[in-house]
Design a protein around this ligand. Structure first.
Ligand code: LLP
Length: 488
């Protein structure tokens, strides 16, 4: 028997109750009790989101009578036993739902729009196939990401190639494969691409990546729309205009449009509006001078997601509304043709669909200071807390109904004091062998993972309708030795 997030009010933690009181969770009469997918109509008094943390798990998240966290119909404690930990678990239904939501929210406001997924957030062949089936495009930033797309015959016309220093080999690979768009970042690339496209007898469609000089107020490592950025042609210096001038004169390039990406994650929808305003004023000036206007415009990615209970994010609809409305207003006012709109969500497609599972080992008390709960992963599979100060929630997947009476710091196993996954977080009393879940781990964890301390990378499973399939097996010590030429 399993309970959806809504029926556990009476048995859940003091921590949850405190949150409910301080955050004003209301009491509601809730008529539905879910028993392994079957819905009974037993009326039950409950609080909305009575395990508040489930809000940041995939929508399928529920807890069974043993107190085990269930995702996509699979018991996460069983998954941990079967596949080992650390383990990354993705809910396939949530991935598909996010793709469909993006497509629907943008296309109903701006029919000529295309959603392309930013692969850097997380990519493998299973996900690429799913994205292909859902009709999304793909944004790739390397020959490696491109190779994954090629390997599953992703439609090349829906692939966009980004990056501030694409190599000759990478550009050749893209041209060989007749990729849809190359997003040109700088003058070196403009010249090189024109030369290579000529060699391949191709007139390549390109977008210009421009920096409109808009601060997205993200972490400084992930802000990209300001003048002092390694990405793109600045608008304010005249370099963006010069790039268009040169491309118009280049025989093997077809300038199709403009692109910006302002940063990630962006919590303010107004930032996109400011960027659009700046870019389309620039486009109107270019049209007057050069007679060229963009047929396509990409507003990049950067859409925020909710990682922690105290920091909600705008909805997909909120972002779509701001971008589509501003684009239509600006092009209307300036007398430009409404271009095709492209958006490049990465994080918002995969982040909440994925969770990380760890096994608790040592629990270390420093009296009067803090209690460290040490897990078998850490900065090797999730560098984000160490790199950006990123914050997460944590839930004991093996006893999700237990009272969260403790406040602990969850430490990884890597040899750095900075290897802390979650600081000062409420948790049920931890013991060795417990399985801990960290939600919203689907984006930028696995792709930024490393073999630091020669620790093998985790396995990844996709879950759906109570079934799990391994989409990436756990690395072994042999894998670590495979590329090491021991004879040298
Ligand atoms: N388009 C371009 C050109 C990008 O550079 C990025 C992300 C995206 C789209 C997708 O952004 P998203 O929708 O995923 O926010 N490692 C950092 C995030 C770096 C983002 C890099 N570019 C993190 O873990 O937060």
């Amino acid at each position: 028997m399993s309970f959806r997030r809504s029926v556990l009010f009476l048995c859940h933690s003091e921590g949850a109750l405190a949150t409910e009181e301080s955050g004003g969770w209301g009491l509601h009469l809730f008529p539905l009790l879910t028993i392994h997918g079957l819905t009974s109509t037993i009326p039950i008094m409950k609080a909305l989101n009575s395990i508040p943390k489930l809000v940041v798990f995939p929508p399928s998240a529920e807890v069974d009578r043993q107190g085990h966290l269930i995702i996509g119909g699979c018991d996460t404690v069983d998954l941990a036993r079967r596949y080992g930990t650390p383990l990354y678990v993705f809910d396939e239904a949530a991935l598909r739902q996010n793709c469909q939501e993006f497509k629907a929210e943008f296309s109903r406001r701006y029919p000529d729009s295309q959603v392309i997924y930013a692969s850097k957030a997380f990519l493998n062949r299973a996900l690429a196939r799913l994205l292909k089936e859902e009709g999304l495009g793909l944004d790739v930033v390397s020959g490696g990401e491109l190779s994954i797309a090629v390997s599953i015959l992703f439609p090349p016309s829906r692939v966009y190639f980004h990056g501030n220093n694409k190599t000759r080999d990478e550009l050749e690979l893209a041209l060989d494969w007749h990729i849809g768009r190359i997003v040109v970042d700088n003058f070196h690339e403009l010249g090189l691409l024109n030369e290579l496209a000529g060699k391949h007898s191709i007139k390549q469609d390109i977008l210009f990546r421009v920096t409109p000089g808009v601060d997205a107020h993200t972490h400084q490592h992930t802000t990209t729309g300001i003048l002092d950025s390694k990405f793109g042609f600045p608008v304010s210096t005249g370099q963006a205009e010069e790039a268009i001038r040169r491309a118009l004169a280049a025989p093997n390039l077809n300038p199709a449009g403009l692109h910006f990406h302002l940063g990630s994650p962006i919590h303010e929808t107004g930032v996109y509006e400011m960027g659009i305003e700046a870019v389309f004023k620039f486009a109107a000036a270019v049209k007057k001078k050069l007679g060229w206007e963009p047929h396509e415009f990409s507003a990049g990615g950067g859409f925020a997601v909710q990682y922690t209970l105290d920091k909600p994010a705008p909805s997909t609809g909120d972002y779509a509304e701001a971008i589509c409305r501003r684009l239509a207003d600006m092009t209307g006012t300036l007398g430009l043709k409404p271009p095709r709109l492209v958006v490049e969500p990465g994080r918002s497609i995969v982040a909440r669909a994925g969770i990380a599972l760890y096994t608790v080992g040592a629990v270390k008390d420093i009296p009067g200071v803090r209690r460290y709960v040490c897990v078998d992963g850490g900065m090797g599979d999730n560098i984000r807390p160490a790199l950006y100060g990123a914050r997460y929630e944590a839930l004991m997947a093996s006893k999700a109904l237990a009272m969260e009476t403790d406040t602990v710091t969850i430490a990884g196993k890597y040899c750095e004091s900075g290897d802390i996954l979650v600081r000062d977080t409420p948790l049920a009393m931890a013991e060795a062998g417990d399985i801990l879940a960290i939600p919203v781990s689907g984006a930028y964890c696995i792709p930024m993972s490393s073999n630091y301390n020669s620790i093998p990378r985790p396995a990844i499973v996709f879950v759906k309708d109570g079934k799990a399939r391994v989409v990436r097996r756990r690395e072994t010590y042999d894998d670590l030795l495979r590329l090491d030429n021991g004879k040298a």
